[in-house]
Ligand binder design. Structure first.
Ligand code: ADP
Ligand code: MG
Length: 204
């Protein structure tokens, strides 16, 4: 029911609610529109596959992740959104309080977990282990949508050791759809359009 959709949308804790229909594919030609439309059908969730969204800041990674989350909610799934930093802070606190197993359920229960902004911070051994636990508990059963600004080749630089980065990447990319965006920041375009009101913004 629509009441259920409203409730699950609130429970998902999105940073903003922007459906796929508000995404301007014309601005981001590097995105394979067909691939996104396929993902919007949510078959990947039935199979427990992952979606990795890669690209520099401002290109719409979070927007697309939220949009896919909203499609999943419409399809009847429970979804949770968290930044990597928030997830790690929450689990670190739970670990210190002896409630880690209980808190891990928060991140393993939803059929779709969105982890936003992996790679903006580097992780110590404890943080990397907590992230790894979430990923491996969901592995091959429940889908993740993950966004990152870091190409995989640079992941070893944010993890305490190369083995951890490799183990994590292995589980993430096995059965994963990878969406690479390499265009200009949409934020910057909006900011520039505001700064130069006399000159009409040109897309070309
Ligand atoms: P990222 O997560 O890659 O840093 P965001 O998804 O947060 O970028 O996008 C930055 C802002 O620009 C958001 O308000 C988002 O809704 C908007 N935005 C980005 N790309 C597009 C697009 N192609 N069409 C419409 N809005 C966009
Ligand atoms: Mg973002």
């Amino acid at each position: 029911t629509s009441k259920n959709v409203t409730m699950r949308t609130a429970m998902a804790r999105f940073p903003f609610v922007k459906p796929l229909e508000t995404f301007d594919f014309g601005y981001q030609p590097s995105i394979d529109r067909k691939q996104v439309q396929m993902l919007a059908s949510c078959h990947f969730i039935e199979h427990g596959d992952n979606v990795l969204v890669l690209g520099p800041p401002g290109v719409g990674k979070t927007h697309l992740a939220v949009a896919l989350g909203l499609k999943a909610i419409e399809a009847g799934y429970r979804v949770l959104f968290s930044t990597a930093a928030h997830l790690i802070a929450t689990l670190t606190k739970a670990h210190a309080e002896g409630r880690l197993d209980e808190k891990l359920k928060l991140y393993t229960t939803p059929r779709l977990l969105i982890i936003d902004e992996i790679g903006y911070l580097s992780y110590d051994a404890r943080a990397a282990d907590l992230l790894f636990q979430v990923v491996s508990r969901r592995y091959e059963r429940k889908s993740l949508v993950l966004t990152t600004n870091l190409p995989f080749s640079e992941w070893p630089t944010i993890f305490p050791n190369a083995a951890t980065a490799t183990a994590l990447i292995d589980r993430l990319v096995h059965h994963a759809e990878i969406l690479t965006i390499d265009g200009d920041s949409y934020r910057r375009r909006v900011a520039e359009a505001k700064r130069k009101p006399s000159r009409p913004a040109s897309d070309s």
